[in-house]
Design a protein around this ligand. Structure first.
Ligand SMILES: *[C@@H]1O[C@H](CO)[C@@H](O)[C@H](O)[C@H]1NC(C)=O
Ligand SMILES: *[C@@H]1O[C@H](CO)[C@@H](O)[C@H](O)[C@H]1NC(C)=O
Ligand SMILES: *[C@@H]1O[C@H](CO)[C@@H](O)[C@H](O)[C@H]1NC(C)=O
Ligand SMILES: *[C@@H]1O[C@H](CO)[C@@H](O)[C@H](O)[C@H]1NC(C)=O
Length: 515
């Protein structure tokens, strides 16, 4: 089966298949849905299956005889919306990596032997609408973060949970959740008929507080003493053997003072970087300022490694790498727009990216030494060519080109473009005619895969077409020649979010029809 590497959906449910799941299924790099439920397969889940990051609709392994722990690689399935592992024989802890499956809408671990507490990392599964972990051996308190989820159904029955049942969010509606068969629970809404929770008396609370304060105070004291002793020792050893530091050259204050002309304004390139924190921006892990083996100055910023590569790789690589579908693409565009909104509108001072594009930042950047403007051909705003100062509007232009490239699969410097026809024009013409003609066929994977369903549902087909048109409109509106006519990034985020909501609703109904 592993040779069928172009499979998009594999449905083997409701058979009498035995034996183990072949690890060669890991070659089906395009697969969106895999149904193996209601068979008699046994053994462990092959790790290769969990490395199929293309899985974005369903992975259903329920009602089999699978056993062993759930491998931590499950966290790779970050596009997956439905994961069903119910009524197998899985055991061990729920791995905290499961928190990486942040697209999940439905998760069922019901009827297994999972034990211990629910990991805190599941806090990140904020989109969950359906969660069933009934009939396991889970213990500890019911996590408070479930209160914040948009859960429509939560089943915690027949476990060994203890402590208070919350009374907020899903826990308000008796028919939306179940905590039956957990003997040590208390509180919750009155309909549950559980005993009241024993209040910790004021005295014990005070005592706890006092203990904590004392503990912190003594810990601080100890830490200070240790640090003092350590510094003293360090200074001594530093004096005696200063040559050991050569391999990790550190910059001293006096060196910095000298190099920056006494921290002069003219040498300042930014003060905001340390505080830049956004989930769609890469964190700078550390910096390195040293000399290389030839004795030349060497400076580097060290970023977190992104193993899935760049958007450019996903758009233009040929061969057997899996492609992104429409839903995934819109999510990426929202992430980029959110990061832009953050650096433009929520950082002080405002930060201009200046070189937004789908590749990693290394590459053939363009730098005009006379104006100090940098950027990349194809993505650089036209006004920069006329010597304009860099503004956030310039970033919006690059974003618009990125949207159009993502949707059409056409590089802005593609051979078909010339002085008379650029990507922006190409797209805006199609808006007057037929948008579908310019959309990258790979994005339409979902659309084609589910054509049969959609044929019977013209309404959905029409909605998808509308979403495509709206997205192209955003790309065109962001890449207008005139900076002031470009769309506001906040509006971009809002409109893309609306498109995503529509698509996710369609996905939801497709799922129901398929199952
Ligand atoms: C499930 O696991 C338990 C204990 O590990 C074992 O006794 C039982 O036979 C298993 N059930 C199935 C259906 O494999
Ligand atoms: C349930 O979990 C506890 C530890 O949390 C363990 O001692 C016990 O054996 C488990 N029960 C089963 C049936 O696996
Ligand atoms: C919750 O799960 C238990 C056991 O799987 C089941 O008996 C019960 O009907 C479920 N509750 C609801 C409200 O569906
Ligand atoms: C309570 O939950 C049920 C089942 O999910 C749902 O049909 C109903 O609309 C909910 N009621 C309220 C007031 O949210």
């Amino acid at each position: 089966m592993g040779n069928l590497s172009l499979l998009i959906t594999l449905n083997l449910s409701l058979n009498m298949l035995e034996g183990v799941i072949p690890s060669t299924l890991g070659n089906c790099h395009h697969i969106l849905s895999l149904f193996l439920n209601d068979n008699k397969v046994n053994g462990k889940i092959p790790v290769q299956l969990l490395q199929l990051s293309s899985l974005s609709i369903v992975l259903d392994l329920s009602q089999n005889n699978l056993f062993g722990s759930l491998p931590i690689e499950v966290g790779n399935l970050n596009m997956l919306t439905t994961l069903k592992l119910s009524d197998d024989n899985f055991s061990g802890n729920i791995p905290s990596s499961l928190g990486g499956c942040s697209s999940l809408l439905r998760l069922s671990l019901k009827g297994n032997l999972f034990q211990d507490t629910i990991p805190l990392s599941l806090n990140s599964l904020k989109g969950l609408a359906v969660l069933d972990i009934s009939h396991n051996n889970l213990s500890g308190h019911i996590p408070r973060f479930f209160e914040q989820f948009k859960l429509k159904y939560l089943n915690l029955s027949y476990n060994d949970f203890e402590g208070e049942v919350p009374m907020v969010g899903v826990f308000v509606n008796e028919s939306a959740f179940s905590v039956l068969g957990n003997r040590r629970l208390c509180g919750g809404i009155i309909e549950l008929g559980l005993p009241k929770c024993k209040e910790t008396s004021k005295f014990t609370k005070k005592l706890h507080l006092y203990l904590i304060v004392t503990l912190i105070a003594s810990a601080l004291f100890t830490a200070t003493c240790l640090a003092y002793a350590w510094c003293k020792k360090k200074r001594k050893s530093h004096l005696s053997q200063s040559s050991t530091c050569e391999r990790h050259l550190k910059v001293s204050y006096s060196q910095l003072l000298k190099a920056t002309n006494g921290f002069s304004e003219s040498k300042l390139i930014g003060t905001a970087w340390r505080n830049l924190r956004h989930r769609n921006l890469l964190k700078i892990i550390t910096s390195c300022s040293s000399i290389d083996f030839q004795g030349n100055p060497f400076k580097a910023l060290v970023y977190e490694f992104m193993p899935n590569g760049s958007l450019h790789d996903w758009l233009h690589s040929s061969g057997n790498t899996s492609r992104l579908n429409l839903l995934q693409m819109i999510k990426i565009l929202i992430d980029v727009a959110n990061a832009l909104d953050y650096i433009h509108n929520h950082c002080l001072p405002t930060i201009i990216h200046g070189d937004l594009k789908p590749t990693r930042f290394l590459g053939t950047s363009y730098q005009n030494n006379s104006t100090g403007i940098r950027g990349t051909m194809g993505y650089i705003a036209p006004e920069y060519g006329l010597g304009s100062e860099m503004t956030s509007n310039g970033d919006i232009y690059s974003f618009g080109i990125l949207v159009l490239e993502a949707m059409t699969g056409k590089h802005p410097t593609d051979d078909i473009f010339n002085e008379d026809l650029c990507l922006h024009k190409f797209a805006s013409r199609a808006l007057l005619d037929n948008v579908i003609d310019i959309i990258d066929v790979n994005i339409l994977n979902l659309y084609q895969d589910d054509r049969i369903v959609l044929q019977n549902n013209e309404e959905n087909a029409k909605k998808i077409e509308e979403c495509l048109t709206l997205t192209i409109k955003i790309g065109v509106a962001c890449s207008m020649d005139s900076p002031t006519q470009r769309m506001d990034v906040k509006k971009v985020v809002r409109e893309l979010q609306r498109i995503l909501d529509t698509l996710e609703n369609i996905y939801g109904t497709l799922f129901i029809i398929q199952v």
